[in-house]
Each structure stands twice: as structure tokens, then as C-alpha cells.
Write a new protein. Structure first.
Length: 505
């Protein structure tokens, strides 16, 4: 980290708009972003791969192009150490997200919801239906309906194609390339503060930092988002309640407003609109799900120093300051485990099992505690049993595969990982883990074959082809595996050719 990989200064937008407009300003903001990118190491590293999207400007952002940009951005985000790959956290947010999608008019489009470790309160929509949430937002929400309200608002930005409409409107005047647009969106959404620091260093105005949606788009996202929230069964009052609190915080901190408010300007008018809608809606208070509280506890445990997390949950239990006692006890056990006090953590888990109905997240934590004491074999047995009780829970199987690897039982680990890949074929890290297990047992063809898929998912077709060549010449495989490698090679070469054609356009 801390190294700038940007190959050169980012390109400035070509041409100048003839008429000053709202989009004129937006484009200048994008220009400032590109200046900032050269100065912000993390974003500079991203700049290296995104221009693969093609250099030429387009006047229209088709759903296919949107998906391509979104996929490319997502590949970069997945590599970011702050991307939360934790299956329990990501399963939860996908669950809430798809509950909202099911209540929306468009259930068949591609959506993916993900979490980024960042204390700022923010959520953002990217092209292609990718919606990200900062851990800070999950922790700041006072109810699950508040959290779902922000997610519904972002979902509405996607459904109404706001990013695409913004791009199409600005590109007529300035011919900004897709890559530059993607970079600007990525910079604005992923790290406005770093981008801002970069801009200050470049002596540009800090006010020109973010890529805002227009007020009309915000109003539309409120309206559509509210309808979705209402239809999904969450309490629609959650949306204005959260926005109102954000607005109050903004007034309090002036220059240090929550990031969400800076990227989605809140007005008194917007909040009044939402409250009017709410006044005509039936009263419906919905209790928070246990998973909402468990996931928040898990995120809080991972945040900051372990001893602070222990103190936080211990105090909450002692003062009986909680809405969900089992979730707080779970948090306490997890915090103790993180602090290395496995004995106390184990006692808390035992108490939890006695007092609360069973839950798969208790099983994975109990296994992590066992593994922490050095009893890897016991942890594996516990996870195998939990896998029988909860056959659909991905996190239990993922945890078990990891323990099997640590035990050196790589044949079983490879089998477990194969099963996980069938469930989630898009996750590069599963293929990387599979390659490690194959390497450990000396299965070289399979090792390179798995690495090829990992590279492919990370967007590098040439590196994937190289791995397949290594697989072909490894000489330790049967006829059927080799035919599969050959077939995959043909497919990747075809994809490579298409990508080259696309780039020459
Ligand atoms: Zn918005």
C-alpha cells in the first residue's frame, strides 16, 4: 500500500461545452477528480486497469456498457482490502437488498449488494446494478427499516438509470470516455474524503469534489424508493427518520457532514415530501431481524481495538442497554475471541446457547473460538455437524474449507471448495483457495486450471490463458480433465478476441 501505480497523469476531458449548464459543472467536477486520482495512491492503482473499457466516448450508455463498467469497477473493489468478503455480512445485505428488489417493478435485472469497511455513513450505486454500503451506515442506522430505506433510495437510482442519464446528458457536450466516467464515479463513491484531500493538494476548490445527482434525480429516488420500501414490508417511516437525523448531523458538523449527505444533497423540502407520504401511509412498526443485530455486532467487533470492543459489549450487557440481548451476547463472545480470551468467549457462547434459540452464526463463531484455542480438529467436527443442521448456509461450509486447509487436509478442502464454487461461481478468492489446496497435493494441472479461473474473474484474460497453457503442459492429468482445459482455452481465446475488437472501436 501507499505506492502510486498510476502510469501517467489522467486525461482531461476533451472539448468544452458550448452552453454552461448543470452538467457543465458536473463535468468539471469529473475533471477535478481525474486530477485527484494521480495524487491518491489507492485510486491511482485503480486507474491502471479501468481504461480497458475503451477510450472512445459514447453518447449513449447502453445497459451492456453499464454492466461492463460496473463489472470492471467491482473487480477493483473486490481487490480492495476494505471490501467485506465475510459471507455472513454479505449474505445479510444481499437478503435485505433482494427483498427490496422483489418489491420493485424490475425483478429480473442484475443486482449485487456489497459492504465496504468504512466508518463514514454512506451508500452508493454503481453502473450495472452494483450497490455498496459502508459499515458506518449499518452501524449508524437505528432500525433495520432505516437501513433498508437508504438501500431502497439507492436501488431507485439504479432502476431510474440515473447514472446513465447523467452520463448521456454530459457526454453530448464533452465527450468524456467511459473509462474516465467510471473513474470519476468510483472516486466519488468509494472515497470522497481521500479524493478531497487530493484536490486540496492540487489547489482546486474542495467544493468541486463530488459528483452529485441532480435535485430532480434525488426527488425521484426518494419517491420510487419510498414505494419500494413500503411494498417490501419494512416500515416506510424509516426513510424520512434516517434522512432527518442525517440532516441534523449535517447542521451540527457543518464542514464535516456525513458523506451520504454530500453525495445526496438533503433538503428540508425532500424530508417534508417523505413525511407527507408517510402521513398517508398506514402505521406499521416492524421489529428488527435478529440478523440485522448480529451483523451489526460482528462489524462492531471488527472495528477499532479489540479491548474497546470487549468493553463496549460488556458495558451494554451490564447496563442492560440493548434491544436484542442475544445479539449483544454474541458480540461480547466475538469481541472476547478477537481479544484472544477464548476461554471467556467459550463461556459466553455456552450461555448464549442456553438462553437463545439456535442460529447458524453462533455455530461459526463457536468454531472460530475452538480454532482459536488450537483445537482445529474439534472446530472442523463442529462445522461438519453444523453443516448438516444448516445445509444451505454458505458461511459454515466456507469456514470449514478454511479449517481443512489449516489442518493440511487438502483433498477434503478441495472437495469442499468445489462445492462452494458451484454455489458462488463468481468469487475469485474461492478459486485462489482451491489452487492452494491443489498445489499442496501436487495436482498441477488442477492448480493452474483453478488459477486461470481466478485471473479470469479478476478481469485478466491473458493471465488466465497463460495458466491454462501451464495446465496443458503440466502432464499430471487424465484425458477428460485435459479436454476440459482445451475447451476452456478455446473459449477464453474467443473472449480475448472479442475484447480486442471492442477496444479498437
Ligand atoms: Zn440519492
Amino acid at each position: 500500500m501507499g505506492e502510486c501505480h498510476a502510469s501517467g497523469p489522467p486525461r482531461a476531458p476533451r472539448g468544452e461545452p458550448s452552453q454552461p449548464s448543470e452538467y457543465h459543472n458536473a463535468v468539471h467536477r469529473i475533471g477535478s477528480f481525474l486530477v485527484a486520482l494521480a495524487l491518491v495512491p489507492a485510486l491511482g492503482a485503480r486507474a491502471q486497469t479501468l481504461p480497458d473499457l475503451g477510450e472512445s466516448a459514447q453518447t449513449e450508455l447502453t445497459p451492456q456498457a453499464e454492466r461492463r463498467i460496473g463489472d470492471a469497477m467491482m473487480r477493483e473493489i473486490r481487490r480492495d482490502p476494505d471490501f467485506v468478503a465475510d459471507a455472513e455480512v454479505s449474505d445479510y445485505i444481499q437478503h435485505v437488498g433482494f427483498r427490496l428488489v422483489a418489491a420493485s417493478p424490475e425483478t429480473r435485472r442484475h443486482f449485487e449488494f456489497f459492504v465496504v469497511r468504512d466508518r463514514t455513513v454512506n451508500a452508493f450505486a454503481m453502473p450495472g446494478g452494483y450497490i455498496g454500503v459502508h459499515t458506518g451506515l449499518l452501524l449508524a442506522a437505528q432500525s433495520e427499516s432505516e437501513f433498508a430505506g437508504v438501500l431502497a433510495h439507492e436501488l431507485a437510482h439504479v432502476l431510474q438509470r440515473h447514472l446513465a442519464r447523467q452520463y448521456e446528458a454530459q457526454s453530448k457536450a464533452t465527450a468524456l470516455s467511459l473509462a474516465a466516467f467510471a473513474l470519476a464515479v468510483l472516486a466519488a463513491r468509494s472515497n470522497p474524503q481521500a479524493a478531497q484531500a487530493g484536490i486540496v493538494a492540487a489547489q482546486a476548490t474542495p467544493a468541486a469534489v463530488y459528483l452529485n445527482y441532480s435535485r430532480d434525480f434525488e426527488r425521484e429516488a426518494d419517491r420510487v424508493g419510498y414505494q419500494i420500501l413500503e411494498a417490501s414490508g419494512y416500515d416506510p417511516a424509516g426513510m424520512p427518520a434516517f434522512f432527518e437525523r442525517l440532516q441534523k448531523a449535517t447542521r451540527l458538523y457543518e464542514n464535516n457532514a456525513p458523506v451520504y449527505v454530500r453525495t445526496h444533497p438533503l433538503t428540508t423540502e425532500r424530508i417534508a415530501d417523505m413525511q407527507n407520504r408517510q402521513a398517508s401511509a398506514p402505521y406499521r412498526q416492524r421489529p428488527d431481524s435478529h440478523e440485522f443485530q448480529l451483523v451489526r455486532a460482528k462489524l462492531r467487533v471488527a472495528d477499532g481495538r479489540p479491548e474497546d470492543a470487549v468493553a463496549y459489549f460488556r458495558t451494554a450487557l451490564a447496563e442492560r442497554r440493548f434491544a436484542d440481548e442475544a445479539a449483544v451476547r454474541y458480540g461480547y463472545a466475538a469481541a472476547l475471541a478477537r481479544a484472544g480470551d477464548f476461554k471467556a468467549a467459550d463461556a459466553e457462547i455456552a450461555l448464549l446457547r442456553k438462553k437463545a434459540p439456535p442460529h447458524p452464526m453462533y455455530e461459526t463463531l463457536a468454531a472460530r473460538i475452538k480454532a482459536g484455542t488450537g483445537d482445529l480438529a474439534g472446530a472442523e467436527r463442529a462445522l461438519a455437524a453444523a453443516g448438516q443442521a444448516y445445509p444451505d448456509v454458505f458461511a459454515i461450509k466456507a469456514e470449514r474449507a478454511e479449517i481443512l486447509q489449516r489442518l493440511g487436509r487438502h483433498k477434503e478442502a478441495a472437495a469442499a471448495l468445489d462445492g462452494l464454487i458451484k454455489q458462488r461461481p463468481g468469487e475469485a478468492r474461492l478459486y485462489q483457495a482451491l489452487a492452494r489446496s491443489y498445489a499442496a497435493v501436487g495436482a498441477r494441472t488442477q492448480q493452474h486450471r483453478a488459477l486461470a479461473e481466478a485471473y479470469y474473474l479478476q478481469g485478466s484474460v491473458p493471465a488466465a490463458i497463460e495458466q491454462l497453457q501451464l495446465a496443458q503442459s503440466a502432464g499430471d492429468s487424465d484425458f477428460y480433465t485435459l479436454s476440459a482445459v482445451d475447451a476452456r482455452m478455446r473459449e477464453l481465446k474467443r473472449i480475448q478476441l472479442e475484447e480486442l475488437k471492442e477496444r479498437r472501436k
